[in-house]
Design a protein around this ligand. Structure first.
Ligand code: ZN
Length: 301
């Protein structure tokens, strides 16, 4: 009898460890596949630190229907295990992609505002602020420091007065994961100083451009008391110019405590995202969600 119990326990511990190793390896393989797929097929190779806006489509007509269909199919396939599951796979534990809450609240985040340097007449800040007002919703604008030149001071002040917030998204829309700590600090501080022109109330949230982080970035943010915020409601909107699909994808995938991301629309550049925002806000209201800034979501826990 003793031998039998011992045999069971030994085998149990063997299989238990074996399973853990297997799960660990599978996680690593899936993560690697996702990263290779993402960088090569969806975003393009950015070894030369090309800005996202240089390689992304500017309007719907820049990309063939077949390519849009393929990108949508890949994104749907990648998200099959669930956006939260995928976020947990890709990002380390210190990155927040959603909050575990019971209430019907989601945070809306908008990246790359306000208007790119190569699009001086493209600013849509006022339109976006009006849109959010119409749906009684708030957003956190993860702002690129270099994208503030073609938006009026008054527009950004109005945005803040309306209850939205601006947060650090680096000076430029390219990955910083190869930067040294001193290089990253210069960029981080420059962005912070740019944002401080509009308000002293800058939340301690950071979002790495292209979702590419590094040990150096994570340790720097930790030291500065910042939290690194990603998302679990993102439809690869910079690459897939289809507002109906973007909103339906987000509305299908989000849950209580989700963090939604749609990139800032500009006239003639990613303009489809304005419609995507409207359809998403409309759908969220129909589903009974309160749409708030990340600070409000965070403080609701
Ligand atoms: Zn960005």
């Amino acid at each position: 009898m003793g031998f039998f119990i011992c045999y069971i326990l030994c085998n149990f511990s063997y299989w238990f460890n074996f399973k853990l190793v297997l799960i660990f390896l599978m996680k690593k393989i899936i993560t690697l596949l996702i990263l290779v797929f993402s960088s090569l097929i969806l975003f393009g190779n950015d070894i030369n630190r090309t800005m996202g806006r240089d390689t992304d489509p500017k309007s719907i007509s820049d990309i063939s229907r077949f390519k849009i269909f393929t990108k949508k199919a890949i994104w749907e396939a990648l998200s099959l295990p669930g956006m939260r599951f995928m976020a947990n796979m890709i990002f380390s534990d210190n990155i927040i992609s959603y909050l575990d809450i019971d209430d019907k609240i989601v945070a809306f985040t908008i990246d790359d505002g306000f208007c790119g340097k190569n699009n001086p007449n493209g600013d849509m800040t006022d339109e976006v602020v009006e849109l959010f007002k119409k749906y009684n919703s708030k957003a956190t604008f993860f702002t690129s420091g270099s994208h503030c030149d073609y938006t009026s001071y008054e527009s950004i002040k109005k945005l803040l007065d309306d209850g939205h917030e601006i947060a650090n998204h680096g000076m430029y829309d390219f990955p910083y994961n190869k930067h040294s700590e001193s290089e990253f600090k210069i960029d981080f501080d420059s962005t912070h100083n740019q944002l401080k022109k509009y308000t002293d109330n800058i939340p301690k949230w950071y979002r790495a451009p292209h979702a590419k982080t590094s040990k150096i970035i994570d340790e720097f943010l930790d030291k500065e008391g910042y939290l690194h915020i990603m998302c679990d409601g993102f439809a690869n909107d910079t690459s897939i110019p289809d507002p109906e699909w973007i909103s339906s994808f987000i509305l299908r995938k989000i849950n209580n405590g989700s963090i939604i991301l749609i990139h800032m629309p500009e006239k003639g550049f990613r303009e489809w995202n304005f419609k995507a925002m409207e359809l998403t806000l409309k759908g969220l209201k129909e589903q009974g969600y309160e749409v708030v800034t990340f600070s409000e979501l965070y403080n609701s826990i």
